[in-house]
Design a binder for this molecule. Structure first.
Ligand code: NDP
Length: 293
């Protein structure tokens, strides 16, 4: 069997086009452009790159972005004070604090300071708490897990009743992905670094979401024939044939897995492009909520 490739680049573009069209309609109706505030503390090059691509996406979709860059030694009070000012600013519909924060800052307190109505990353304890409770809805779902579920749904994968395995239990990917799958009536097993006999657990999965950050660790022979495989991992692997000397690979051995799976996302071009697309969708939703729509 050769798996159907789930084209995240294409699906992300469709999400972006829908968001851009709705933004244009709002502006034509005299409403303000949705606005996203980004907060970067310190000078991590990867974080600065992520923030820049979020600002670029805002511009491309007709939204405003407001960037705030604080020094690496900013105090807890300074960061929380900025978040409070952004909470009060009517031009700002969504607030994104780029993680990780420098080690001296209390990340949980900063995330807690973000107004739930502006928490477009979905990481505030209130949104996560609602996601974890049966019958409660978060206002915003964390963007990468939201993208994973969206890809499954777009590919027509049956989630309800499926055995789903989530590999990884981080706050930003694995855990919210597992909660979302439970909310969609899958039967979910969460695996992590202490899980025994990972291949045997993964072989039971109709749906596998892999988010561990270990290059090509999941082998084709671990995959249940016909399973849907969503590979969140982004790892660089030495490749002398590339000018850069490396190429990006996922947590799943793609060449092996695509021969067994029913559906699979590539890396790059799978989950990656979905994260920013879902952030833009969340920012538009924030504007709609705040304008009482
Ligand atoms: P973390 O490092 O925060 O979490 C990794 C998780 O994997 C942990 O739960 C850890 O277990 C588990 N794990 C690590 N090694 C093993 C192992 N050998 N066997 C089983 N479980 C293991 O990573 P993130 O969740 O932040 O990211 C995961 C991957 O997803 C990374 O490659 C990252 O680059 C990528 N990513 C991609 C995004 C995108 O937009 N496409 C967005 C965010 C992340 P334990 O809890 O026991 O330590």
């Amino acid at each position: 069997m050769t798996a159907q490739i789930i084209d995240g680049k294409l699906i992300a573009q469709q999400v972006r086009d829908e968001v851009a069209a709705k933004v244009a309609q709002r502006v034509a109706a005299g409403k303000p452009k949705p606005g996203l505030a980004t907060v970067l503390v310190g000078d991590r090059v990867d974080s600065a790159t992520y923030v820049a691509s979020k600002q670029k996406a805002c511009a491309e979709l007709g939204m405003e972005s407001f960037h705030h860059h604080l020094p690496a030694d900013a105090t807890q009070e300074e960061v929380e004070g900025l978040v409070q000012r952004l909470n009060q600013d009517p031009k700002v519909n969504g607030i994104l604090v780029q993680l990780p924060l420098p080690a001296h800052l209390n990340e949980e307190r900063v995330l807690q300071a973000i107004s739930i109505e502006k928490d477009v990353d979905g990481f505030s304890p209130l949104n996560i708490g609602r996601l974890a409770q049966k019958g409660r809805e978060p206002l915003f779902v964390p963007c990468t897990p939201y993208g994973c579920i969206y890809l499954l749904e777009q590919a027509g994968v049956q989630i309800e009743g499926a055995n789903a395995v989530v590999l990884g239990r981080s706050n930003i990917v694995g855990m919210p992905a597992a909660l979302l799958l439970i909310g969609k009536n899958a039967t979910v097993t969460v695996c992590h670094s202490r899980t025994r006999d990972l291949p045997a657990v993964i072989r039971q999965a109709d749906i596998l979401i892999a988010a561990i950050g270990k290059a090509e660790m999941v082998r084709g022979e671990w995959i249940k024939p016909g399973a849907a495989v969503i590979d969140v991992g982004i790892n660089s692997k030495p490749d002398p044939s590339k000018k850069s000397g490396y190429r990006l690979v996922g947590d799943v051995n793609f060449d092996e897995a695509k021969e067994v799976a029913g559906y699979i996302t590539p890396v790059p071009g799978g989950v990656g492009p979905m994260t920013i697309a879902m952030l833009m969708k969340n920012t538009l939703r924030a504007a709609e909520i705040q304008q009482g729509e």
